[in-house]
Design a protein around this ligand. Structure first.
Ligand code: NCD
Length: 311
């Protein structure tokens, strides 16, 4: 694996390899031996052109736990605010010897451009590009689902996952719809008609506009944030109306089978797409998703940088 740009880069076996590697790395980390050595002497650059809390910190923690040197670059406060292009930034990183670049960018396709334009020689990991893709989020979600539904083994054959909310603007939904199906799960997308993407019929998923009808047969419900910053029009009448039809509250959660889990990639709009009691309930695995994100990103960096010794 040279780059990770899209969930569609991964075959079933590639995805299972990432999940198994993440599991091993999580176990090694849990033994409390401190940092693991495989990426000693390698440099990972976090290139963030868009705000992020979890993903940026998670990639930083992942690289450091594998003993890589980490350079954090955020567009605010850099020469990007003076108009420097992605190309010139990339050439600077190359000159500094970046072995891998983790990029988040508001433009869909920016990581692909970085990987293919020949500006840098290292690996590129997409940490979220516009409304396009967020493959490491899908991998950490798959890891979390596998831990709960399949005892942390194999793939997700036969699992049923509902992805609910602002599918239109969600790179998390796009990457998950692909990866979960690659792993054998079936996916139901639930959204108001205005927030369902054009061409969704090509995604291979079931489509529903009714949340109440979509809960009684699922193994997991993945709630999506309503992405107001990407909305240039009115997609629904009021926040109250949205949450009364598409928000996950305790009454709706009780319609789910008793084993089914509640997920959210964060950041949450509590009271909008998810009520506070559901977010904090024992069926919510939202904090676990964050922890698993570090293990999965360790695995991705390890596999891309071809780390050798494991102990
Ligand atoms: C998501 C993102 O940035 O795409 N968050 C994340 O990475 N944890 C989802 C979102 O912003 O709603």
């Amino acid at each position: 694996m040279k780059h990770l740009l899209s969930a569609s880069d991964l075959s079933r076996d590639d995805a299972v390899l990432v999940l198994d590697t993440a599991k091993q790395l999580a176990a090694a980390t849990a033994q409390g031996v401190g940092k693991l050595p495989p990426l000693r002497g390698r440099t990972v650059v976090n290139l963030f052109y868009e705000d992020s809390t979890r993903t940026r910190i998670s990639f930083e923690a992942a690289a450091k736990r594998l003993s890589a040197d980490v350079i954090n670059f955020s567009a605010k406060g850099s020469s990007v605010s003076k108009g420097e292009s992605l190309k010139d930034t990339a050439l600077t990183l190359e000159a500094m010897g970046a072995d891998a670049v983790v990029i988040r960018h508001p433009s869909s396709g920016a990581p692909h451009r970085l990987a293919t334009a020949g500006w840098i020689s290292g690996g590129v990991v997409n940490a979220g590009d516009g409304t396009h893709e967020h493959p490491t989020q899908a991998l950490l979600d798959a890891y979390t689902l596998r831990a709960h539904l399949r005892n942390g083994e194999g793939d997700l054959q036969g699992a049923k996952v509902a992805i609910v909310g602002d599918v239109l603007h969600s790179r998390v939904a796009r990457s998950n719809a692909q990866l979960l199906q690659t792993l054998g799960a079936s996916v139901r997308l639930v959204a108001p008609p205005t927030l369902m993407p054009f061409g969704v019929d090509t995604w291979g998923c079931e489509v529903s506009y009714d949340l109440d009808d979509s809960l009684n047969d699922v193994d997991a419900v993945m709630m999506l944030r309503v992405q107001r910053e990407r909305m240039n029009a009115a997609y629904f009448p009021t926040a109250h109306e949205y949450s009364s039809r598409y928000g996950l509250n305790a009454t709706r959660m009780n319609k789910m089978p008793s084993h089914a889990i509640v997920m959210h990639p964060g950041p949450m709009n509590r009271g909008m797409e998810i009520s506070a009691d559901v977010a904090d309930s024992s069926r919510s695995v939202i904090v676990e998703q964050v922890a698993n994100g570090v293990s999965v990103r360790m695995a991705v960096l390890y596999l891309i940088l071809g780390g050798t010794e494991m102990s």
